[in-house]
Design a binder for this molecule. Sequence first.
Ligand SMILES: Nc1ncnc2c1ncn2[C@@H]1O[C@H](COP(=O)(O)OP(=O)(O)OP(=O)(O)O)[C@@H](O)[C@H]1O
Ligand SMILES: [Mg+2]
Length: 252
Amino acid sequence: MTTTTATTTTTPAARVVDAVKVYGGGDTAVRALDGVTVTFPAGRFTAIMGPSGSGKSTLMHCAAGLDTLTSGAARIGDTDLGGLDDRRLTLLRRDRVGFVFQAYNLVPTLTVAENITLPLDLAGGRGDPEWIDALIDVVGLRDRLHHRPAELSGGQQQRVAVARAFAGRPEVVFADEPTGNLDSRSGAEVLGLLGRAVRQTARTVVMVTHDPVAAAHADEVVFLADGRLVDRMESPTADRVLDRMKAFEVPS
Ligand SMILES: Nc1ncnc2c1ncn2[C@@H]1O[C@H](COP(=O)(O)OP(=O)(O)OP(=O)(O)O)[C@@H](O)[C@H]1O
Ligand SMILES: [Mg+2]
């Protein structure tokens, strides 16, 4: 008799194994990641949650190749980031990863269209014009293409940043508190957009947030506490995430 085991056949978009990150040394050393193993499956929207200081940004930065681990391994696709020199790491970040931060980080002198294609222009390519065109509709910015960032609302600026992150068809987009500066309505638009980008274009998103409503847009939430992975939740709702977060609070 043969047994069938449910295995994931696709390579994870990103993965960290036994990740340890220590900042500083001696008496002031901070163990920001204390042995985290987590997989971010391809084609999924994963949220990273946890209290302030639990290591969310550190995990994202190390998984994305913006920072290096003290020990353990980080992989994008099947590429081990620890084996890359600075030049290759820069190329990997440019060609295979997209980023969205709380501050939109748009170039004020460039138009919306120019901001969206900036990473491709810097890489010396034109990218895929059909993809960029479709992306402009996904983020709903077709009538703003020739505006400058200062002429846009915060939500619109973040939608430009989302389009820019996806412009080069990256394997994975990392977003750190992408709605942290937005009101709830603009935030919901940006989150809906990230969800659509995952579902309609089969991209992968990993998002750090402290907001249960934001996390509820993800397919799965992973919870960090004190630099450790303490829980995962499939198909989250804001209420369930909130309940889980309350469990982290120190009883008074
Ligand atoms: N560059 C750094 N140098 C020293 N310590 C750092 C550095 N970056 C982060 N830390 C420390 O590492 C721990 C984890 O920080 P991290 O920024 O990953 O937390 P976070 O979960 O993203 O928090 P927040 O929700 O406030 O953004 C904290 O104790 C923080 O003070
Ligand atoms: Mg953070």
